[in-house]
Design a protein around this ligand. Structure first.
Ligand code: SF4
Length: 273
């Protein structure tokens, strides 16, 4: 859209666009956490680790065309969840440091992975790409994102968006994250409209949809307007029913007279990525 003044060629993360649409002030807080390489809390970290571990099943399918054992997935989960193992001789400091809590989440993660493994191991599928980053033009800017999985199932080509929990409410036909990956796939590979699969890990659920050219025009307009607001630093709270669950609820109540971000982080317990 040419009438809006956008710094041409700037690069944005698709997550930036999505967070901003959810709430401009939430986007602002997230972008500060990102600069500090922090993630909101241990639950979000667990969700990331389960998803990263699930990718290992598809990496093996891509390379060997064979399903690995569950033990292989469990090993990968442990390596990601416990990058530094506690020394056996001196476990006490780790109990004080939240290690027991970490173990509780590890059990949840392992259960989710087992359910995922049972679901995927029987499936006839041909994996084309896993966890593949991309950059795509969208109007005057570039967007970066990631295809979680591209595969053929029963001779149907699909692009999979993997999430941990299924969304409580979803407008499947207009969900902007699904539109974004379909837009990127269509523009990068010049293929007709592909099947989109919103794949939830806990509980397992797969739901399908597609997008068309009108959705892509709409998407370009949305991106242009969001990017203009980001470049003008136009942040404001978008109060909704989601606020009760928002990690930044505390900071938001103090806005615009916020204490230093470090204090907010200490209060809410953000963890290293
Ligand atoms: S509490 Fe609500 S308004 Fe405030 S940042 Fe979170 S989502 Fe936005």
């Amino acid at each position: 859209m040419k009438s809006l003044s956008i710094t041409s060629g700037a690069l944005y993360d698709i997550d930036d666009i999505i967070y901003f649409l959810e709430c401009p002030l939430k986007y602002h807080f997230y972008s500060q956490l990102k600069k500090l390489k922090l993630t909101p809390d241990v639950k979000k970290k667990l969700q990331d680790v389960v998803k990263q571990t699930a990718f290992h099943l598809y990496y093996r399918l891509l390379v060997d065309q064979a399903i690995p054992s569950f033990a292989y997935l469990a090993d990968n989960f442990n390596n990601l969840w416990y990058p530094v193992r506690p020394p056996l001789k001196n476990l006490l400091p780790y109990l004080w440091g939240g290690y027991a809590d970490k173990q509780k989440y590890a059990v949840q993660g392992m259960e989710s992975l087992y359910e995922f493994y049972q679901h995927e191991k029987q499936k006839e599928q041909f994996v084309i790409a896993v966890n593949q980053d991309f950059v795509v033009e969208a109007g005057d800017v570039h967007l970066k994102g990631c295809f979680d999985l591209i595969r053929e199932v029963d001779n149907i080509l699909e692009v999979v968006l993997m999430v941990y929990n299924p969304p409580a409410k979803i407008n499947l036909e207009r969900d902007i994250r699904l539109t974004a990956i379909s837009y990127a796939f269509h523009h990068l590979y010049k293929l007709p409209h592909v099947r989109l699969n919103l794949f939830s890990l806990q509980p397992i659920q797969e739901i399908y949809t597609t997008r068309n050219v009108n959705d892509y025009l709409f998407f370009n307009e949305v991106v242009a307007r969001v990017v203009t607001s980001i470049q003008q630093a136009s942040y404001y709270p978008r109060i909704s029913s989601e606020c009760a669950e928002c990690f930044f609820h505390f900071a938001c109540q103090l806005w615009p007279n916020l204490p230093p971000l470090a204090e907010i982080i200490k209060t809410k317990g953000a963890v290293k990525k």
